[in-house]
Design a protein around this ligand. Sequence first.
Ligand code: GUN
Length: 293
Amino acid sequence: MKLIDGRETSKVIRREIADEVKKLLAEGGKRPHLAAVLVGHDGGSESYVKGKMRACEEVGFKSSLIRYEDDVTEEELLDKVRELNADPDIDGFIVQLPLPKHISEDKVIETIDPRKDVDGFHPQNVGRMTIGLPAFVSATPQGIMELLKRYEIETEGKHCVVVGRSNIVGRPMSILMSQKGYPGNATVTVCHSRTPNIKEICLQADILIAAIGSPEFIKQDMVKDGAVVLDVGTTRVKSDKTKSGWKLKGDVDFDNVSPHCSYISPVPGGVGPMTITSLLINTLKAAKKEIYQ
Ligand code: GUN
């Protein structure tokens, strides 16, 4: 069994991005600039955004954090989105989700200029990705594709089972794995909460991608010997062994499943660390106008 190390892979990619930034600047180009809009004080969102800003600094990007209290109106937020769309110094920006209930996330996402939508959430980017056109792809699926590439995992002709059908992970993952090219060219099955025979389907997987948000849902008797397992789960569970009082649990029963896999990504330290790195990849692409000319 080989571990898919997202921390190490992230470090390598971030060094590559930092080198690219130096090259851009040496050629007289502009420093890539990512902005993040954060509404309220949700602990999870605060720490994600802090991680994103820190990552920008690490690779030499400029970053800007724009904060609002929970009572910001939808119109104020949409005005800020329009302002960021028009600001020539901003290459890409994100609006951290979730937003308070009185604000339509769909409306906010659809107001973002697709050329600056480095989260890959805008329907135009989702649509372009779906038909195989250059597009910003959301962080987790892109991070998994990058891990498959860097570990040179064969995907052509393999049966890939995706457990979960969310708009930001399961669904895009299933589309990317069935696309022409590498990684891709796989036969894909999507399972979800209404699939009656999940165990039998998972057992057929050469590549199993678990993205259901249910800790240790994937048990040993659901995984074929030699399978490649990617665990997207990051549920916080209480723990008396950590200072914070909680730890992250994946969707896979790692201790019992891992001895039977050819490759497996752990939680933490697998897919998770790749997500912010994917955002950096997209911001660099936006700055270099690689997706939209
Ligand atoms: N909330 C949880 N994950 C994400 C993400 O990738 N992007 C944004 N904007 N909000 C999130």
